[in-house]
Ligand binder design. Sequence first.
Ligand code: COA
Length: 179
Amino acid sequence: MSSPRYYVAMQHARSAQPMRPSEVQLREVRPVDLPRLYAYESDPAWCAMAMVKPRSPEAFDAVWEKIFAGSAMGETDVLQRVILADGEVCGLIGCRAVGDRCEVGYGLGRAFWGRGITSRALATLLAEVPKRPLYATAAATNTASIRVLTKHGFVVEERRTVLETERHLAREEVSLVLW
Ligand SMILES: CC(C)(COP(=O)(O)OP(=O)(O)OC[C@H]1O[C@@H](n2cnc3c(N)ncnc32)[C@H](O)[C@@H]1OP(=O)(O)O)[C@@H](O)C(=O)NCCC(=O)NCCS
């Protein structure tokens, strides 16, 4: 990952305070957030935990162009929120239509892991999104993600082995549902 925006954002992430934030909030995603969000999801540790392959900057930008265009046209099949911890952009959470399901997803920059931030962000998202059931999928090895979900009432629906895709590595994965 030699992109300058990767290094700028990772330096910023490393300077974050190693403590639980007093405030966790969600807000809409702005184009100015994208370099930092890209840096977070390009971290090899992030990819290893989620068992995904890193995306090229072009692929990332194309996804966001589509999301911004859809939201400008009033489409509601994707809802994404930046997670702010004491005002600092530390990650992303949201839900999107996958077939006829609404799937929740999230991820934080590595410097913010283990401070209870995603748990609090998910509580806020669930209060904002009334739709049920909601679904989520995690690599079976992603204990932290599965714990975040089960703490909020998601239950394991299925465990399966999936082949490699353009985005995911071959993996054991768990599918969860919130009724
Ligand atoms: C998974 C991820 C979102 C968790 O976010 P987080 O803010 O660190 O999670 P929290 O601090 O809210 O912790 C949630 C629970 O998981 C536990 N946990 C956190 N990190 C853990 C780890 N590495 N191993 C085991 N449990 C862990 C916490 O103890 C907590 O449980 P508790 O409330 O019973 O103590 C974060 O690690 C991440 O962004 N990873 C990379 C991207 C990713 O995997 N996204 C999810 C794809 S499905």
